[in-house]
Design a protein around this ligand. Structure first.
Ligand code: BGC
Length: 310
């Protein structure tokens, strides 16, 4: 190595791509979680994978450009998407949040477009990695991240490691049943937590356009909205008690659009979850809001790229 031939720094910029039920996001971050650029666009429910992935790739290029980099400066790309999926083969099997996404080889498509090694993970598993590494789960070895958004998903960190399961789909806690004769879920199950407490289902049960409208009506003291909301927080509290009993976490981190409700959600959910969980397990758990806000998705995808590239 001479002064004219300095060592090239190992690339430390990662591209995170996140496919949500209502938005697409792309971000560039370093392995330490420092975000260099980010870009967002709405996702359209019935758009279909080809068009949506094309837009996602374009958003990724925008982020690379905004960070004043070229695609060759990107060490690896991570993608977070709703499941079920095959993280090994990089295929979305049947994303419940995006109708028509069946057997989509998204990793191959993104690699072909951007020319960098690409890795796929469940969005909520990725979110758990992000909150664990950069957010509300820092310093804690046992945590569960639950995202309450268009769907409900989760990621479980146990002994400092993300639980993957037999084929990479562990942590589908939106599909634990809270009523064995209850509402039919789009996953095919019956009485799933998601069928009651996801943003979409809260709105549907209250007969309102969005969960945000329901929360606003609860704040105004409207009867029907308040009844639907009380049942929702009770179901969430009961499900979180079961999650506490199953995994004995030190921390349960709640994120996703519905948690923007703030105290009207956290206060009753905490109370009910801690009342119902086994006392010895309830004694060691905190239930906290996610710390990364809108960035959970992109930082989760970045965390996946950092880990899987290694
Ligand atoms: C899916 C999960 C996903 C969650 C949030 C659920 O419907 O089953 O895989 O994590 O939505 O997007």
């Amino acid at each position: 190595v001479t002064p004219d031939n300095p060592p090239v720094a190992a690339p430390d910029a990662f591209l995170g791509l996140d496919i949500g039920g209502t938005k697409l996001a792309a971000g560039i971050a370093r392995a330490d979680g420092k975000v260099l650029a980010e870009a967002r666009a709405p996702s359209r429910a019935l758009e279909g994978p080809d068009s949506m992935i094309r837009r996602l790739v374009a958003l990724g290029r925008d982020a690379v450009w905004d960070a004043r980099l070229g695609t060759t400066d990107i060490a690896a790309i991570g993608i977070g998407c709703g499941g079920p999926l095959d993280p090994e083969r990089g295929v979305v099997l049947d994303a419940l949040n995006n109708p028509g996404w069946v057997d989509v080889p998204i990793v191959a498509m993104v690699e072909e477009a951007l020319g960098r090694p690409t890795f796929l993970e469940n969005d909520a598993n990725a979110g758990a990695l992000a909150e664990h590494r950069y957010g509300a789960g820092r310093g804690v070895d046992d945590m569960v991240y639950l995202t309450i958004s268009t769907g409900i998903g989760a990621g479980v960190i146990s002994g400092g490691r993300l639980l993957h399961g037999a084929n990479g789909n562990a942590g589908e806690l939106g599909h634990v049943s809270v009523d064995h004769r209850g509402r039919r879920c789009r996953c095919g199950g019956i009485g799933c937590l998601e069928a009651y407490a996801s943003g979409t289902n809260i709105a549907e049960r209250a007969g309102m356009p969005s969960a945000e409208d329901v929360v606003a009506a609860v704040r105004r003291g409207e009867r029907h909205a308040t009844a639907v909301w009380s049942e929702t927080v009770e179901l969430l509290g009961a499900a979180i008690a079961s999650i506490v009993n199953a995994f004995n976490p030190r921390r349960v981190v709640l994120g996703g659009g519905v948690t923007r409700a703030g105290d009207v959600l956290f206060e009753p959910v905490r109370r009910i979850a801690l009342q119902r969980a086994m006392p010895q397990l309830a004694a060691v758990v905190d239930i906290l809001p996610a710390a990364l806000g809108e960035r959970t998705g992109i930082l989760g995808a970045v965390a996946v790229a950092v880990d899987r590239r290694a």
